[in-house]
Ligand binder design. Structure first.
Ligand code: ATP
Ligand code: MG
Ligand code: MG
Length: 568
């Protein structure tokens, strides 16, 4: 395993060395309002990876404080995705597990004079908040007594008030330079059903309040999040300090009663930059719109940047972990080139994927000097650089399929493949010369008649004869017809998020991002298990489709081409 060096790991090392923490705890806190995407893979590799590297533990916590947008379908998919990436959680938690603690903590803040019930409407709150250059103004309700606030907050909790009519706000500083500290809301009224707590709660905690306290409850030592939360850190610390769970066991009573192991501690929030790639959109809102608009075939469409999508495309967990390692961790936001993602997949599959032969655009080639019933099995290594992957046999016979583009009647300059009267090597089988071209009534080439040089078979002296090119092939009688889905990038422009000129990302969809062709694969490829990856020699990396592939009806998805061929 590589030794990873970055500023977060350095903080963790220092904290362990100084004895500040004996063990570290992290958490990955997705909101179950959509499927995870490639960006989340970075956060997952960091949260779970750091815990594993330093002998700590990591929780998976559903940040389910916004019930209107959440769905159990997402909850299940997120767990599957984290496991697929190769990680497991110490505890599976929901922010909603802690609703009672949050509530008690809010009463504590009210009693301390650190929170008040405010009757301003959302619009008025905005008007009072001020701006970057203007300080805000105190809410007229800021001076309410603790008793009055407690009474109103309890009635909010009892469901007496309409949605949006009141909020519980922290009492911090309306003149603070950081707008997040201008008496931010801690609770809002929302009479909606929650996927975990049903109709128990008519009030829901706000993100900053719930997130900081959840971290404290779980004894998270290093709370890693993306840069947009940097300005929220003072509020995060304020909540943790004012509530002070570590010295308030009574607040944790509802959880101790349920037998949850608790570690209330003071967590530290550390921010890192988001992962962004060109040619992709990664906001859940836009991904949802693509799915709902029928612009892609669901969340696991192989063109989607969701983990479900790229998994179906043929991305491997190790390729994603490699990509995250290569990208590294910093505080500098940037738009990375998609070739970093594709390159990690190529490198991972180049090392690990067995080779197979497949023909995606078939042209018949007949070896006229072989008998009708000629049939033999040729041995091929599964991998040119890794003997441990073993061998397979490939049937060879009189009639073959080759790639149409490997023949040219009128060869362009520098053409190294088959031409009339020319020679080419059939990979692992011998050298053939094309004698004759058979055409249909329309003048299209439908068949090539060739002779196999009997002195050029594998192992013979004549096999060393120099010819310009080597092409792949499959035996027509033995190959299995296959559906081959040639995927390409979903967007034609590098920055589909750029809304310049009144255009939006859906205007940049690549019409050729999926082409389905009928080809032929060698028998050993058809036998693939779903999700098995191969290099189809000379064509690219392919995966047996996770859902549709069957040995008697193979379906392969192109994961990535052999080289970066995208013309910008
Ligand atoms: P989106 O804006 O795409 O909907 P989000 O940040 O709202 O994403 P969450 O479910 O809240 O999604 O994310 C869970 C965790 O993953 C958070 O800690 C978040 O910071 C992190 N995360 C989300 N997107 C990225 C990204 N592009 N790069 C790195 N980390 C990310
Ligand atoms: Mg979020
Ligand atoms: Mg979001």
């Amino acid at each position: 395993m590589p030794v990873r060096q970055d500023f977060i790991r350095q903080i963790v090392r220092d904290d362990l060395a100084s004895g500040k923490h004996r063990a570290i705890r992290t958490r990955f806190p997705p909101e179950p309002n959509g499927y995870l995407h490639i960006g989340h893979a970075k956060a997952i590799c960091l949260d779970f990876g750091i815990a594993a590297e330093f002998g700590g533990s990591c929780n998976l916590r559903f940040d389910d404080t916004n019930p209107a947008r959440e769905d159990p379908e997402y909850v299940a998919a997120i767990q599957e995705d984290v496991r697929w990436l190769g990680f497991d959680w110490a505890g599976l938690r929901h922010a909603s597990d802690y609703f009672e603690v949050f509530y008690r903590a809010a009463e504590k803040l009210i009693r301390q004079g650190d929170a008040f019930v405010c009757d301003l409407s959302a619009e008025e709150v905005r008007a009072y908040r001020g701006s970057l250059t203007e300080p805000g103004r105190d809410s007229p309700f800021r001076g309410r007594s603790a008793d009055e606030n407690l009474d109103l907050f309890r009635r909010m909790r009892a469901g007496e008030f309409a949605d949006g009519s009141r909020t519980l706000r922290a009492k911090i500083d309306m003149a603070a330079g950081n707008i997040n500290l201008r008496d931010p809301a801690l609770y809002r009224i929302k009479q909606v059903e929650h996927q975990n707590t049903g109709h128990d709660w008519p009030i829901y905690p706000m993100y900053d309040y719930a997130h900081s306290l959840s971290d404290a409850i779980e004894g998270i030592t290093h709370s890693l999040c993306t840069l947009e939360f940097e300005d929220h850190r003072p509020l995060y610390d304020w909540c943790v300090d004012k509530v002070d769970l570590a010295h308030s066991p009574e607040l944790l009573q509802p959880l101790t009663d349920k037998g949850l192991p608790l570690e209330a501690a003071k967590p530290r929030q550390i921010e890192f930059s988001r992962l962004n790639f060109n040619f992709l959109v990664m906001s859940k809102r836009k991904l949802l719109a693509l799915v709902e608009g029928g612009l892609v075939d669901g969340w696991d469409d192989p063109r989607m940047p969701t983990l479900q999508g790229i998994r179906r495309r043929g991305y491997t967990p190790s390729a994603l972990r490699l990509m995250v390692d290569r990208v590294g961790i910093s505080k500098q936001n940037s738009l990375l080139d998609i070739s970093i993602l594709e390159g990690a997949l190529r490198d991972d599959l180049d090392a690990a994927a067995p080779r197979r032969m497949a023909v995606v655009d078939p042209l018949k080639l007949v070896l006229t000097n072989l008998g009708e019933g000629h049939e033999e099995l040729l041995q091929f290594a599964n991998h040119p650089k890794d003997e441990s992957l073993g061998e397979r046999s490939i049937p060879f016979a009189r009639e073959l399929w080759i790639e149409r583009e490997d023949f040219a009647e009128v060869p362009p300059k520098g053409f190294k493949r088959l031409t009339v009267g020319g020679d080419v090597r059939l990979r692992g089988a011998g050298i053939v010369r094309c004698d004759e071209v058979v055409k249909d009534a329309g003048g299209n080439v439908v068949e090539l008649h060739c002779t196999l040089d009997p002195e050029s078979r594998p192992g013979m002296e004549g096999a060393n004869r120099k010819v310009k090119g080597t092409i792949h092939w499959v035996s027509a009688r033995h190959a299995v017809p296959a559906e081959i889905r040639l995927y390409d990038r979903l967007f034609t422009v590098a920055d589909p998020d750029d809304d310049a000129g009144g255009k939006t990302y859906t205007d940049y969809l690549n019409p050729d991002s999926r082409r389905t062709v009928r080809g032929f694969v060698e028998p050993a490829a058809a036998q693939a298990a779903p999700e098995q990856s191969f290099q189809f020699e000379r064509i690219g990396y392919f995966v047996a489709d996770r859902r549709d592939h069957r040995s008697d009806a193979p379906v392969f998805n192109r994961s990535v081409t052999l080289r970066d061929t995208w013309a910008q």
